[in-house]
Design a protein around this ligand. Sequence first.
Ligand SMILES: CC(C)(COP(=O)(O)OP(=O)(O)OC[C@H]1O[C@@H](n2cnc3c(N)ncnc32)[C@H](O)[C@@H]1OP(=O)(O)O)[C@@H](O)C(=O)NCCC(=O)NCCS
Length: 162
Amino acid sequence: MSEWLFRDTVIQADKRAVRDIVRSTGFFSAEEIDVAEELVCEHLQKGTASGYLFVFAQSPDGQVPGYACYGPVPCTARSFDLYWIAVHAGGRGRGLGKALMHEVERRLRASGGGKLIAETSSREQYAPTQAFYRSCGFIEEARIRDYYAPGEDILYFTKSLG
Ligand SMILES: CC(C)(COP(=O)(O)OP(=O)(O)OC[C@H]1O[C@@H](n2cnc3c(N)ncnc32)[C@H](O)[C@@H]1OP(=O)(O)O)[C@@H](O)C(=O)NCCC(=O)NCCS
């Protein structure tokens, strides 16, 4: 049995949990950490109408070691952006990232499938993130060269959900 429970309801305490998780990764700027928390606030205010849907992992002791945030791309039939997926630095490499992705995919399949899109940078720092998406069955479908800066491309990883 999984050591985590997964929930898609969002509670006030998730604002703090998301900050802690995202900060712990060492990947994101202060501004990006604020944005991650703002998406939780948006959901708390507007619910699913915010366009930001969540899956939180919860340990038996009530800790939240990881989460994913995704939502429909406006003006598409069934394309979804994966905005964030992050596991607390202390809990990585134990299958939680993959389990969170599975939970996102399960929810999308149950509501009719579609295409899930994850963006990342070509920078060497993001090689583990790219490896993670590949291992979850995503393919690198598109790339815009020099998007973030000269020599730093944006990569679009996608997965079709039947
Ligand atoms: C990416 C991330 C969510 C993965 O979570 P995780 O719990 O460590 O990953 P898992 O243990 O579920 O690993 C799943 C697969 O990804 C691969 N993977 C994970 N981290 C990796 C790394 N550092 N290097 C290479 N492969 C890696 C694993 O090999 C594994 O593949 P396998 O099942 O075929 O063995 C996590 O490392 C993280 O929070 N990273 C920083 C934030 C980030 O980059 N988020 C994505 C953009 S928003």
